[in-house]
Write a protein that binds this ligand. Structure first.
Ligand SMILES: CC/C=C\CC(=O)SCCNC(=O)CCNC(=O)[C@H](O)C(C)(C)COP(=O)(O)OP(=O)(O)OC[C@H]1O[C@@H](n2cnc3c(N)ncnc32)[C@H](O)[C@@H]1OP(=O)(O)O
Length: 719
């Protein structure tokens, strides 16, 4: 797991050997310890170089080992031994140096990095802090402000930025190990005291209290409810105010609290869930390891509204050549300018040249004739999309994959319009499409595994976290949103206000409550769907309101707002008022309070006090129940799929893992009991009826999320 070899006569080369990313597992730590000891005791060795096998230095501690029973030598004393070594130790950093990997490098006396290396202390994203001395060493090396920024965000930086910050001593374009060995030879015998970071004072900051206060405030706001970023600030403060050994004790204290926290468990679960969704499978048994993706060199985007523009940007940024098609000339010109400006902005931010050359524009659909894949992003109207798919099927070369960005329409209907339905899949992007990480890849009943594999691979290339899901109404994310929104309307009928509901959800950790979010995305979108479904009907002059539609409880409150032209931010009025069309700042609106009072009076409803707990239980547990139905029906293949969709597409707080993980933390028996309770008092709300899978999971002793698959399979086999 770590190998000592001898090079250039006097250099001991320690190579970490734990593929794929050389994490510091127990065996690797043991290996480093033994190799260091051997090298330091060997009189032939005058300097040491530490590197990682296969072009990766080290991705830090082995997250899989985290838990109550960690074995093997602990990291802190191990890396302390490196710093006190009396022979120069040089880190040869390439690939990644993250977390404990960077801390290992920080205790080396010199750091040589390859220009393509990424460095960082991402522990905060795992609910932890850099607990192997990172919070005490980094500020002594690069100062307090830069350390605070890196440690509280977990941001990975380039070698160039690391050099600028003074985090590495030298950046090389050539062979990193060779460069490090040459460097090691050049510093053999030189004094090392000034190279030991722990011996340095923390750079003085005149307005220390003000800096920490400001950062603490920012962190509390930005990472609302998350405990790790706060502990990170506290640990860096210890570096600024205490001697090194005391600071280390403080770091350990804070780390031990985080280590056993539910938030750390949730974030570490999420780390592995993000990777697990790549190992997709379909009910047919086809899966990621049996299906080959096709190369996509040239793609087309059809329809250049908001979504189409974002998708064009994302494809171009991924280096895919794009044909962007919009029939309407004016819209096409606007889109061209918009895409250009977005790419320019992105390039300025990332420091790379913009990818505009990758895009050609056309108002003629024939321009898609020779592309490998088309993403249709026209208006969300089934008959329009059906027509487009007929045209695409006739125009495109044989084998072209036809994808739809629909967020809710039946993919099988679109596929049935084509000659090759096996080549049709959904690619459901989230707005803004070049920013949001989530992509739902939707397979219909005839989609081929090859088509799914291609869409999943293209998503990855575009930097998305792609999740393969089945073709049910609203797919996974939007289907689960329906009962959540429905409950929020019912709560208003019963006495709540938009403010109360939003506050409960925002304090839970959502960036926006359900009403502020609806105002942002536009109330007319759901209204149109409800009208198509025959649910939304005008209240009319008679003032008759029916609250039972299709045998289920229905709240027309959203429809009433739309009838008054209140579509949310874009009209300046929705559940809140925004001052002007397009305004962003939500203010309470007395008009809405009056509406709610009149509405309740007309229906003879008495408002009752509703607390935040009820809001959370009804909105979140009904959403969770829907997620469990989706699993039961096989439209998602694992709870991880659902959790990743919610964290990366719907603002579910990261430190709560996702709805399925959260349910398991709350206790499945509790979720079941509360749903039973609410369903008893609302038998006309089917989404509150606990699903079979939930009952089965509870009956099986509420196993942890990673064991749900066994029970889901049993239910599916019985169905
Ligand atoms: C006292 C405590 C001291 C220190 C605390 C820590 O060090 S906490 C760990 C901090 N490190 C990280 O957070 C790094 C996490 N890893 C990554 O960001 C990426 O994996 C990386 C290194 C940039 C490589 O990305 P790439 O896309 O190339 O590969 P992928 O992410 O798919 O990873 C490959 C497989 O390696 C597994 N893995 C990666 N890092 C770790 C880790 N730190 N511990 C355990 N396992 C890790 C990852 O899950 C993949 O596994 P697979 O089975 O193939 O899905």
């Amino acid at each position: 797991m770590a190998q000592l070899s001898y090079v250039s006569g006097s250099v001991g080369l320690i190579t970490l050997q734990n593929p794929p990313v050389n994490v510091l597992s127990a065996a690797t730590r043991q290996g480093i310890m033994e190799s260091m000891k051997k090298a330091l005791n060997d009189p032939k060795v005058k300097s040491v170089v530490i590197c990682g096998q296969n072009g990766v230095f080290c991705a830090g501690a082995d997250i899989k080992e985290f838990g109550p029973n960690i074995s093997g030598p602990s990291i802190v004393p191990l890396i302390y031994d490196i710093e006190v070594a009396n022979k120069p130790v040089v880190a040869a950093i390439e690939g990644s140096a993250l977390g404990g990997g960077l801390e290992l490098a920080l205790t080396c006396h010199y750091r040589i990095a390859h220009s393509k290396t990424r460095l960082g202390l991402p522990e905060v994203t795992l609910g932890l802090l850099p607990g192997a001395g990172g919070t005490q060493l980094l500020p002594r090396l690069i100062g307090i402000p830069a350390s605070l920024e890196l440690i509280t965000t977990g941001r990975h930086i380039t070698a160039a930025e690391a050099l600028q910050l003074g985090l590495v001593d030298h950046v090389t374009q050539s062979d990193t190990v060779d460069s490090a060995v040459k460097f090691a030879l050049s510093v053999e015998g030189e004094p090392l005291d000034s190279r030991r970071i722990s011996k340095r004072p923390c750079p003085h900051l005149p307005d220390l209290d003000a800096v920490f206060e400001a950062v603490m405030q920012k962190v509390r706001q930005k990472f609302y409810g998350a405990i790790a970023p706060i502990a990170c600030v506290q640990a860096v403060r210890a570096a600024a105010t205490l001697p090194f050994s005391e600071g280390m004790k403080r770091e350990q204290q804070l780390m031990s609290t985080l280590f056993t926290s539910g938030q750390a468990r949730a974030l570490q679960y999420s780390f592995f869930a993000q990777r697990a969704v790549g190992r997709w499978s379909m009910p047919s048994g086809a899966s990621w390891n049996t299906s080959k993706a096709r190369p996509v060199h040239r793609a087309a985007v059809l329809g250049l509204g908001t979504m189409g523009r974002g998708i064009t940007v994302a494809l171009a940024q991924a280096g895919v050549s794009v044909v962007a098609v919009e029939i309407q000339e004016k819209q096409l010109n606007e889109a061209r300018e918009h895409v250009y400006a977005t790419l320019e902005r992105g390039a300025q931010q990332s420091g790379v040249s913009p990818s505009c050359a990758n895009i050609t524009y056309s108002h003629d659909i024939q321009a898609v004739a020779d592309v490998d894949l088309v993403i249709e992003a026209v208006l969300e109207d089934l008959s329009l999309k059906e027509k487009v798919f007929q045209q695409l099927s006739a125009i495109c070369k044989p084998g072209t994959l036809l994808c739809s960005n629909t967020s809710s329409l039946d993919l099988n209907c679109l596929a049935s319009q084509t000659k090759n339905p096996e080549l049709v899949v959904g690619m459901h992007f989230f707005a803004p499409a070049h920013v949001m990480k989530l992509l739902e890849v939707v397979y219909g009943s005839k989609s081929s595994p090859e088509a799914v594999a291609t869409a999943m691979q293209l998503g990855k290339k575009m930097g998305k976290i792609s999740v393969a899901v089945g073709n049910c109404r609203g797919f996974v994310g939007n289907r689960m949103l329906k009962p959540y929104i429905e409950q929020s309307y019912f709560l208003l009928e019963e006495g709540a206000t938009p403010e109360l509901v939003d506050k409960a959800l925002e304090e839970f950790g959502f960036p926006m409550g359900v009403f502020r979010m609806s105002d942002l995305s536009g109330l007319d979108v759901g209204w149109r769907v409800r009208k198509e479904d025959g649910l939304a009907e005008p209240v009319g002059t008679s003032g008759q309101i029916t609250r039972l539609r299709g045998g289920r409880r229905y709240s027309p409150l959203g429809d009433i707002l739309c009838e008054h032209g209140r579509f949310g931010q874009k009209t300046g009025l929705g559940w809140y008022q925004y001052g002007r069309p397009g305004g962003r700042v939500a203010k309470s609106d007395p008009w809405v309070f009056n509406l709610l009072e009149e509405y309740r009076a007309r229906l003879g409803l008495t408002a009752r006090p509703i607390d935040q707990q009820e809001v959370l239980e009804r909105c979140l547990y009904s959403l969770i129940n829907e997620g469990l139905c989706i699993l039961e029906e096989g439209f998602a293949s694992s709870p991880e799929d659902i959790d990743v969709i919610y964290v990366f597409g719907y603002g579910w707080p990261k430190h709560r893992g996702g709805p399925m993980f959260y349910a398991s933390m709350v206790g499945l028996a509790t979720v079941l009991e509360r749903l039973d309770h609410y369903y008893r008092s609302n038998p006309d709300v089917p989404s509150l009826k606990p699903c079979k899978l939930l009952r089965q999971l509870v009956a099986s002793g509420s196993p942890p999320v990673h064991k749900w698959k066994e029970i889901t399979k049993k239910i599916q086999n019985r169905l």
